[in-house]
Design a protein around this ligand. Structure first.
Ligand code: IDP
Ligand code: MG
Length: 156
């Protein structure tokens, strides 16, 4: 099982799309194990987007992400990172495929609704950056045995 970090960005919150986007992840079978509604403090935004420091879009990205509240989620599942990245679609709304979150809900190349960790390594780092010890909830779903085939050695 992987746990990945998803952020519903300020445009998703302002446009009232939180429920529909969370619904897509729930429908797919991903499990919510952490959730936080917050206005991102400047220093946390900087740490999260450290890899983009110096790029032409960096300052605007920080302004956008800290301008208005976001919903931060920790989602768990088998291959949660690659599954959520596929569901998000390409970075730019203008060329994200229909059927993806970015492809269905937006057109902008910078206001693209959702962040998702891009590798299991980064997911572990980002989950630890955004959620403190004890803030993730380990809980078992009564539906788990219908979401995954649990009859073998590992969930299939
Ligand atoms: P990702 O969110 O699909 O992983 P990254 O390349 O990691 O894409 O970029 C992080 C975020 O920075 C994007 O989601 C988007 O909001 C913003 N961004 C990336 N490239 C551009 C750009 O060329 N112009 C404006 N904003 C950009
Ligand atoms: Mg990225």
């Amino acid at each position: 099982m992987e746990t990945t970090l998803i952020i519903l960005k300020p445009d998703a919150v302002q446009r009232g799309l939180m429920g529909r986007i969370i619904g897509r992840f729930e429908d797919k079978g991903l499990q919510v194990v952490g959730m936080k509604f917050m206005k991102i403090p400047q220093d946390l935004g900087q740490r999260h987007y450290e890899v983009h420091k110096g790029k032409p879009f960096y300052e605007g990205l920080l302004r956008y992400m800290t301008s208005s509240p976001v919903l931060v989620l920790a989602l768990r599942g088998v291959s949660a990172v690659s599954i959520t990245r596929k569901m998000m679609g390409a970075t730019f709304g203008s060329n994200a495929d229909p059927g993806t979150i970015r492809g269905d809900f937006g057109v902008s190349n910078s206001f693209n609704l959702v962040h998702g960790s891009d590798s299991p390594e980064n997911a572990a780092k980002e989950v630890a950056l955004w959620f403190g010890d004890g803030e993730l909830v380990d809980w078992s779903r009564n539906t788990e045995g219908w979401i995954y085939d649990l009859t073998g050695e590992k969930p299939e």
